[in-house]
Design a protein around this ligand. Structure first.
Ligand code: PAF
Length: 280
């Protein structure tokens, strides 16, 4: 039975009642759970004695023109999925429970969060880092699990944990894909049939660069040109970025060195913004 905790007081009482030796894993989510999230719950169960998920559509990480209001919230279905995957507890707070009306303290990471999504979604990673640190403080997990699909989010959280000496080990879960390669995302439900049919091209553009890399190409500009060319003839896809970056600092690269790289993209299909990446 997944225990649903709606208030900070309930969460703290639940946490305090756990046996002192129990290894606790946290899987923070915004709900609309799919197989990618469930794979994180499964991964958490292999590391931890007790697994808690959170579902909180965090207003602080959405820009004024973004999809906060329409973000899917199928909460009954989500709870059933958590039950089925054997998650011990769910923290399911209201925004007023998480943020006092005069909340004035935020977490700002000032390097890894700046390029890519950070440049295009001002304030997004400030919102993510702030809520994740709050969730860590409330839950006091030994491990926390995040999906590699949000590679920049993982890098920002890892940097925050390192810089602020947060005693939590961050574990990245592999990207889970649909049969046609589209990375699973809660936002895929926004796609109309034509956009859904075009969306797997995003992953194909990453694979095109991956194949060239395997064949020996190390010039970042050439890899980028290949990936972008894969998408050039699909009018329903508008690329926001498609870039070759250092895998941990996210700095731009001219040449891919021995420690590989991250290739990351963001694109709009209509009004739906999707991201994807591969590690080479
Ligand atoms: O990846 C997400 O779903 C969110 O950014 C997170 C980590 C739950 C913070 O709100």
């Amino acid at each position: 039975m997944t225990k649903v905790l709606r208030t900070i007081a309930e969460l703290r009482a639940w946490r305090n009642a756990l046996p002192s030796g129990s290894k606790v894993g946290l899987v923070p989510t915004m709900g609309a759970l799919h197989a990618g999230h469930i794979s994180l719950m499964d991964l958490a169960k292999t590391h931890c004695d007790t697994v808690i998920a959170s579902i909180f559509v965090n207003p602080l990480q959405f820009g004024p023109q973004e999809d906060l209001a329409r973000y899917p919230r199928p909460i009954e279905k989500d709870i059933a999925l958590l039950e089925a995957s054997g998650v011990d507890a769910l923290f399911l707070p209201e925004p007023t429970e998480v943020y006092p009306s005069d909340n004035s303290t935020f977490v700002v990471e000032e390097a890894v969060s700046l390029p890519l999504c950070g440049a295009l979604r001002p304030g997004h990673f400030r919102g993510v880092a702030t809520v994740v640190l709050k969730l860590f403080n409330l839950t006091q997990p030994h491990f926390a699990f995040f999906g590699q699909k949000d590679a920049q989010q993982c890098a920002v959280i890892e940097r925050m944990v390192r810089d602020l000496n947060v005693p939590v080990e961050i574990v990245r879960g592999a990207i889970v894909r649909e049969a046609d390669g589209l990375a699973m995302s809660s936002r895929n439900v926004y796609l109309d049939p034509a956009q859904r049919a075009a969306a797997p091209l995003l992953y194909q553009s990453l694979l095109a660069a991956f194949e060239a890399y395997k064949a020996g190409e190390r010039d970042a500009a050439k890899l980028e040109a290949l990936g972008r060319a894969t998408l050039a003839h699909e009018p329903s896809i508008a690329i926001q970025y498609w870039e070759v970056r250092d895998r941990s600092s996210l700095a731009p690269l001219q040449t891919v060195g021995n420690d590989g790289c991250l290739i990351a993209l963001a694109a709009f299909l209509g009004s739906t913004r999707l991201i994807d990446n591969v590690l080479l």
